[in-house]
Design a binder for this molecule. Structure first.
Ligand code: BES
Ligand code: ZN
Length: 964
């Protein structure tokens, strides 16, 4: 995408002298803390290979060859004036950037993508003072790096400030990035257009020329021109509105605090809002298109509560006077944390009591908690570079847990956190995973960093660390970190430093680093030495989790009172007998804070496993041990010898002797160990035999999830005997749970989640009473012309059953167009995608490609859903192969949607032929220049599926025969 052909050059040699001068001064490093990414000096590179310099679009040499900007010039302040025209769908704009020159230079390089630069000029501070007009600058453009260079006639002098003025224009973008247009339909059937920004990670450069790297923090003063029928919103509150000739209005916004470019935002729209005031006086508003105003109230309640909570928890005020949360009709991801102007996909913010289910409510609350956490983690303190994006995303994900536990205990979010970790373990136990902190250079690589490893693994290792240090110590540490790096940037080590530093200052004595020698006063040598040691220990420990990919397996063997521990790298899909196993283990070692409980004491025992092997002595004789208490650690546990049998017996005899999260963890680990060839499938299945009596719903749901996964795998492959037997088993064995479900929205969050899941599964398996009830509700709903309120938690299953007849399917599609609830639309679209008719599925894809009835933003989820349907899997996959270039016109390579489409339509494959097909397709993409990291992940996943089936299908078949 970013590599247009380079034009030939005529004057390459001429330009050398000038830049030699520049490079000499550029290598002398500055007084301001911005780190250079240079590995070898540009001079050397230049002497070695002058041809390495790029050619600008006009044929001249472009003076900069790196993807990262030079650090000789830093921006201090941007004055932005933007005038979007929502009729002609373009914008004209101008900006003045005040910059500080740190070393003399002859050019200014900044980012710009798809902008037409009309004019650029420069004033020195003196020029500004004496109102001398700016000097016009030559503008060179190098689209491959999304950079422009402004050549100055006379060298800029070190330590002076200059003002760069640029006039530019562009079309409002078609996709979901930069400054783009979004449309919605009113109840009256009118289509309206709004203009909105979405910049992270590297798209601010599509809206205005800028120093588009997170390290270049600056202040922004924004002005927006609009028609009177619209409003304009930006990061800061409006200070005034000026009326211009011709009736146009110009809104002036307060200057922002110092911040990164990717957090700048503005919107021109005709939305309405609800507002409230947080305890600290911050005004919070929720905006949505006028017809959706009634769905905004839950978000207001939640955001007020959460803002209060975070201000208190971090002991740092939210620094802006207002916070707006806006539901955008077209949005690529789930939400974006722009400072003071957070943008959301409609389904991530709006709550319709009549149509939103309990899991919709959980999602909305979680997304709000996540984006508000970013106002501190990310906005106030930002990672230095995208390689450490986990410092933003891992923390925001972790803070969801902390904040929701207190603000919404009734949502029982805590019981779902283990799933956050289980989700990433799937991927992190493949060799193609990557370390949390990973190199990222190109825009595509940067986008790919926004993945489960940064989000989920980041959150899980933070949770493990909190469990190890104690909540209080951990909290003090992160407050310390946030205060120290406010309005600045940080890297991994800064975090570990703040955490261990604080650990010594606090006098809390938990089982970890903060033991009693911290009592010593801080000015003694002993203290300083102790401090250094702790700092190194914590840093060393966390390096094993952030700089090394993968997840450890702790193998436990009990011999009398002695526990032998061994750690290895856990790889699903590779067993110990495989020839590659040994090489894949080399040099992997973690510092694992293990915990365990035993039959003889309820206490949580702790130990740090730093070596490959270690031995622990139990103080008493015990019937069983269970490691990884409450599943707080990021590791999998295998029990050798009689270990698993002891635990299976325990679960069968009295499962409540283990904590609910320990039961959940055992189910998870057992099935993971099957994939790694450590445990036989029948053992894992035997372990689920106690589930009939399981009282903890998360554990029950986990067991059901694995069984359903097996079912879907054999169903896809048309292995009919096993499919039938497994169906029979599921319906028989779980009959008591299925039959006790009522079709109402009642009970605790988990009661309601269980109801949705169990009824969906029962109807999917054609359980007659389920189909009957769903059909009945669906008919009543149709007869009422869609007016009847069906309980929200069973809406999806009722619609899905209804979608199996042509009349039902057509009616649902009509309702899809009319519905004002995003939550309902998602459920209808899912239901439509479960049809067994190819032509109906194809029609959906066509509608998704057209983007009118089914919005382009929902295309990825649609293809994902169709590919899950056994009747649709081939259709979806063929479609993706044949329409790849069309899809790339809609979404950027590396973006969430593209990755979701590729993995959604391929990673369930489990035959050699399918693997070969996918391989061929990826090869052809690579040949066209499209390479993604997930290609390797998908290929490894499919190979794993193939092996899994080969190995375990006979066991499954036999187990079902014996058991049923
Ligand atoms: N900062 C991200 C938005 C983002 C995602 C920017 C990908 C660039 C690339 C935002 O905070 C986020 O994480 N959004 C999530 C929702 C969240 C609740 C997990 C999303 O969009 O899925
Ligand atoms: Zn985020």
């Amino acid at each position: 995408v970013f590599y247009p052909s380079i034009m030939a050059n005529s004057c390459r040699k001429l330009i050398f002298n000038i830049y030699l001068v520049f490079y000499c001064s550029a290598v002398i490093m500055p007084h301001i803390c911005i780190c250079s990414q240079f590995t070898s000096s540009p001079i050397d590179q230049f002497n070695k290979d002058p041809r390495a310099f790029p050619i600008a679009t006009n044929g001249e040499i472009f003076p900069w060859h790196e993807l990262r900007l030079p650090t000789v010039i830093i921006p201090l302040h941007y004055d932005l004036l933007i005038h979007p025209n929502l009729t002609s769908l373009d914008f004209v704009a101008s900006e003045k950037i005040e910059v500080l020159v740190r070393d003399a230079t002859q050019f200014i390089v900044l980012h710009s993508k798809d902008l037409e630069i009309l004019n650029a000029s420069l004033q020195s501070e003196e020029d500004v003072r004496y109102r001398k007009p700016g000097e016009s600058l030559t503008v060179l453009s190098y689209p491959a790096h999304q950079q422009i260079a402004l050549l100055v006639p006379e060298k800029l002098r070190a330590d002076l400030r200059y003002s760069v003025a640029i006039d530019f224009q562009a079309k409002l973008a078609d996709g979901f990035e930069g400054f783009y247009k979004s449309t919605y339909r009113t109840l009256g059937g009118e289509t309206r257009t709004i203009a909105v920004t979405d910049f992270e990670p590297t798209e601010a450069r599509m809206a205005f020329p800028c120093f588009d790297e997170p390290l270049f923090k600056a202040n922004f003063s924004i002005k927006i021109r609009r028609e009177s029928r619209h409003i304009a919103l930006s990061n800061m509150p409006k200070v005034k509105t000026i009326e211009l000739e011709g009736g146009l209005l110009e809104d002036h916004f307060e200057t922002t605090v110092k911040m990164s470019t990717y957090l700048v935002a503005y919107i021109v729209c005709d939305f309405t809002s609800v507002s409230g005031t947080a305890s600290s006086g911050v005004k919070v508003s929720i905006y949505a298109s006028p017809d959706k105003w009634s769905q905004t109230h839950y978000a207001l309640e939640a955001s007020l509560k959460l803002l209060d909570y975070y201000e208190n928890y971090f002991d740092i005020h939210y620094p802006l006077p207002k916070l707006d949360l806006v539901a955008i009709p077209d949005f690529a991801s789930g939400a974006m944390e722009n400072w003071g102007l957070v943008t959301y996909r409609e389904t991530s913010l709006l709550f319709d009591p009549k149509k939103s289910s309990i899991s919709d409510k959980l999602w909305v609350t979680k997304v709000i908690a996540h984006e508000l956490a970013h106002q501190w983690f990310g906005n106030l303190v930002t990672m230095e570079w995208w390689n450490d994006i986990w410092l933003n995303e891992g923390f925001a994900t972790y803070m969801e847990l902390i904040s929701l536990n207190i603000t919404y205990p009734e949502l029982q979010f805590d019981d779902d956190f283990s799933n956050t970790c289980f989700e990433v373990i799937k991927r992190d136990s493949l060799n193609s995973s990557h370390p949390i902190s990973n190199q990222a250079k190109t825009a595509i690589q940067i986008k790919e960093m926004f993945d489960a490893v940064s989000y989920n693994k980041g959150a899980c290792i933070l949770n493990m660390l909190k469990d190890f240090l104690s909540e209080d110590t951990f909290r003090k540490g992160i407050i310390h970190y946030l205060k120290k790096f406010s309005y600045r940037n940080a890297k991994n080590d800064d975090l570990w430093h703040s955490l261990s530093n604080n650990c010594l200052e606090s006098d809390s004595a938990s089982g970890g680093f903060c033991y009693s020698d911290s009592k010593k006063t801080s000015n003694t040598l002993a203290f300083q030495l102790a401090f250094l040691r702790k700092n190194v220990e914590l840093k060393e420990m966390m390096a094993t989790w952030t700089l090394q990919k993968g997840i450890p397996l702790v193998v436990v063997k009990r011999e009398g009172r002695s526990l032998r521990l061994q750690q290895e790298r856990f790889l699903s899909g590779v067993s110990k007998e495989d020839p590659e196993w040994g090489t894949l283990q080399e040099r992997y070692l973690w510092h694992i804070p293990v915990t365990y409980s035993t039959s003889s004491s309820h206490a949580i025992h702790r130990h740090i496993l730093k070596l490959k092997t270690d031995t622990l002595d139990l103080s008493e004789k015990t019937d069983w041990v269970k490691f990884n208490v409450d599943s707080n650690g990021y590791y999998i546990v295998h029990y050798e010898g009689q270990g698993w049998d002891e635990l299976i017996t325990l679960l069968n005899q009295n499962h409540t002797l283990l904590r609910p999260k320990d039961r959940l963890g055992l189910i998870h680990d057992a099935f993971q160990l099957v994939s790694a060839g450590r445990l036989t499938l029948d053992k894992a299945l035997d372990l689920t035999r106690y589930l009939q009596r399981e009282t903890s719903i998360p554990a029950l749901l986990k067991g059901l999830e694995y069984l359903e996964l097996l079912y879907r795998m054999v169903e896809r492959r048309n292995i009919s005997d096993v499919t039938e037997n497994l169906k029979h088993y599921l319906l028989q064995y779980f009959k008591p749970v299925i039959d006790t479900q009522s079709w109402v929205d009642k009970g605790s969050v988990w009661d309601r989640m269980l109801r949705s899941t169990v009824l969906k599964l029962a109807c999917y398996l054609n359980h007659a009473p389920c189909i009957q009830k769903a059909t009945e509700l669906f008919s009543q709903w149709m007869e009422s012309s869609g007016k009847l309120n069906i309980p929200t938690d069973v809406l999806k299953v009722v619609y899905s059953v209804g979608a199996q007849t042509t009349a039902g399917w057509n009616y649902l599609l009509e309702q899809y167009e009319l519905s004002l609830s995003g939550a309902e639309k998602n459920k209808i679209l899912y239901a439509l995608s479960t049809s067994k008719h190819q032509e109906k599925l194809m029609k959906l894809i066509e509608l998704g490609m057209e983007g009118k009835v089914i919005k382009t933003q929902d295309l990825a989820a649609l293809l994902f859903a169709i590919a899950r349907n056994p009747e649709g899997q081939q259709l979806a996959w063929n479609f993706v192969k044949e329409n790849w270039t069309h899809l790339l016109k809609k979404f950027d390579l590396g973006s969430f949607p593209i990755r979701m489409i590729v993995s959604g339509t391929t990673s369930h494959f489990s035959s050699k032929d399918e693997l070969q097909e996918v391989e061929l397709f990826f090869e052809s993409l690579k040949a066209q220049g499209s390479h993604l990291d997930i290609f390797q992940i998908i290929l490894e996943t499919i190979s794993k599926n193939i092996k899994w089936l080969e190995k375990n299908l006979p066991t499954l078949r036999k187990w079902l025969l014996i058991t049923t």
